[in-house]
Design a protein around this ligand. Structure first.
Ligand code: 9D3
Length: 235
């Protein structure tokens, strides 16, 4: 049975090119996952098809209305008896990371809720008890791209999703160091040469050089990862 991923969004058309390309597409074709897009606006009940309104207490922006979201969630959840892991994409959420992707890849059903421009009525969070996820400390126009990031990170982890040449090992983030520099043909390009060690045929020396490069780069570029690596927590 494929993992079922429901996505509630005001812009289902944004998802189609992403889910219909590359690994997310191949995972669906292989029967590893099934995507279901649902337009939140289909659950608006007034003549203007409202999905949001001004915040009580005043202030800028609009707030996604609880009844519309509840109706949409209940409608899609009824379509399949498996309980869904509910996720709301929000700038206030916990930072999404590889460990979270690995945990979510074990679920058999995921429901993602993406808003646009705005926040969610707190009763959506209180009543649906979703996991709230952010993809980083920058402001997007909506949760749609964040939902696509989360889906992409999950589906590539499903057993069989990656082809042999896609690099199944994927050490960065699982062992806590970023990658070493890589080179391919030509050996010389505009006066820049491939390091001799990589052409030496000495696999032990190559492995040593790569590990040193990974450590050096992690120290320089990702002190946060380096601190965790050194304390050996494996997280
Ligand atoms: C003025 C308060 N803003 C919060 C920072 C309002 C607001 C801006 C943009 C509310 C939502 C959004 C749209 N962004 C998302 O829905 C979102 C998001 C993001 O902007 N950055 C990183 N991760 C995410 S997950 C969802």
């Amino acid at each position: 049975m494929p993992m079922r991923i429901d996505i509630l969004t005001l812009f289902p058309e944004m998802f189609e090119p992403i889910l219909g390309t590359s690994i997310p597409k191949r995972a669906a074709q292989k029967g590893l996952v099934e995507y279901r897009l649902t337009n939140i606006r289909d659950f608006a009940t007034d003549a203007h098809k409202s999905v949001d309104d001004k915040p009580f207490g005043g202030g800028p922006g609009m707030v996604m209305m609880a009844p519309v979201i509840f109706d949409a969630v209940e409608f899609v959840e009824k379509q399949d008896p498996r309980p869904a892991k509910r996720i709301v994409l929000s700038p206030q959420g916990k930072a999404f990371d590889q460990r979270t992707a690995e945990e979510l890849a074990k679920q058999d059903r995921i429901l993602l809720i993406a808003g646009h421009y705005e926040g969610f009525d707190e009763r959506i969070i209180e009543g649906l008890e979703p996991m709230e996820l952010s993809i980083g400390d920058y402001v997007l126009s909506g949760g749609e791209l964040a939902a696509m990031v989360v889906v992409d990170a999950i589906v590539r982890l499903l057993p069989g999703a990656l082809g042999a040449e896609d690099g199944a090992a994927d050490e960065t983030f699982t062992d806590g160091l970023i990658e070493h520099p890589q080179y391919t043909r030509p050996r010389e390009f505009r006066g820049m040469n491939v390091p001799d060690v990589l052409l030496s045929g000495n696999h032990k020396l190559i492995a040593q050089w790569r590990l040193e490069q990974r450590k050096k780069r992690t120290q320089e570029r990702r002190p946060d990862l380096w601190n965790r690596y050194q304390s050996g927590s494996g997280t």
